[in-house]
Design a protein around this ligand. Sequence first.
Ligand code: TYD
Length: 386
Amino acid sequence: MNNNSLFIVIEGLDGSGKTTISRQLVSCLETVFSKKVKQTFEPHDASCAGLFIRQVLEKKILQFSPETLTYAFAANRLDHCDREINPWLEKADHILICDRYYLSSLVYQSSKNHPFEYVMQVNQFARKPDLILFFNVSNEVCYQRMLHRNKPQELFEKDLSETRSKYFSAIDFLRTKRDENIVEIDANGTLQEVFDQVIEQLILLKKESWNEAQCLQLRSYKIQPENTFEITNNVSNNLENILNSFPHAPSPDIIHAHFTNLKHTDQAIIFLKILGQQGYHPGAKFARLPAQAFELTYNLPGGIVLQGGALILDSPLQYGTILESISVIEKMIHFLFVYVPGNPEAVNQYYERDLIQFSNGLNAIFPNIKIITEADIVNTLFKLTN
Ligand code: TYD
């Protein structure tokens, strides 16, 4: 397939900065190849076996065999290829940046009894990347960056030196057995230093197709400060201004184009405002979350108040962020609306409860349903009588 698309994988230890750099890379490439750049990640929560993998990583599922996990990651990857990676890269000149891919499986799923050959065999149908960048960092830098993350340790974040040396063996394997294009990046420096190395590698790879002006523009990109996105509780003040900027009586296409061009903050304000119009009243901001979130309340007849939340993500849907946010909110919530910017392809509804529409036009999240079986009744009676 020679349509000049570009499939880049970023790999490295937890804390090597790959997620931050991927995000910045997308913003940078967008300046030159507008609307042709996409960011994704693995494990891909919205793909096959995504929920199983997430629960294993969070140590909620403890009983699993190494083979099951290897196949789960491989199935997750193939489905990710089928529904997201391949369709995107089939379009001419499109670029996709994936945070982790089969090199991670070679590193984390291989063992004495499961050599690289076995893990690669299971992953044989996954699309081959054009370039794999391995972010190498010292243990000290890794630990420092992970400290700032304020999130529980995941299953594989144990021995950095051992993981690093497995990375090198797996890289060697992929280079010799599959002639893969893998480049090591020194990721100990500042974000800008790391970023500049990455851009040089991309330019090297695409020297035949990117012109000088494009390369110059990419090289001059300056890392943008992260987390500048901030919404206060005073949502409604800004809404008028945003809506006034829309053309009069626009068609759906125009609304879509206009909305996607809005700043992320303004998109989020519209999201909150729409919820408000549906009867969900925004309240205080939830503190200490990995994303921005507001309390919502919904008044039912009879003075019953449902408590919920609105979560605003600033990058493609990562189910881990949602789970993490829910666990940090120290309140019982009945519903959660999540705003995910960008293309909805990554959203997979099997994680979600549906919306129902009442005859008065208002929407509500489909209620939680608990089915009471005969066994439940028997059980309850048993507890009551013992
Ligand atoms: P996650 O928190 O989603 O992302 P990251 O740590 O990259 O920000 O966790 C990914 C974890 O999944 C990481 O510890 C490595 C592991 N993993 C595998 O074991 N095999 C795989 O094939 C992939 C893609 C990831």
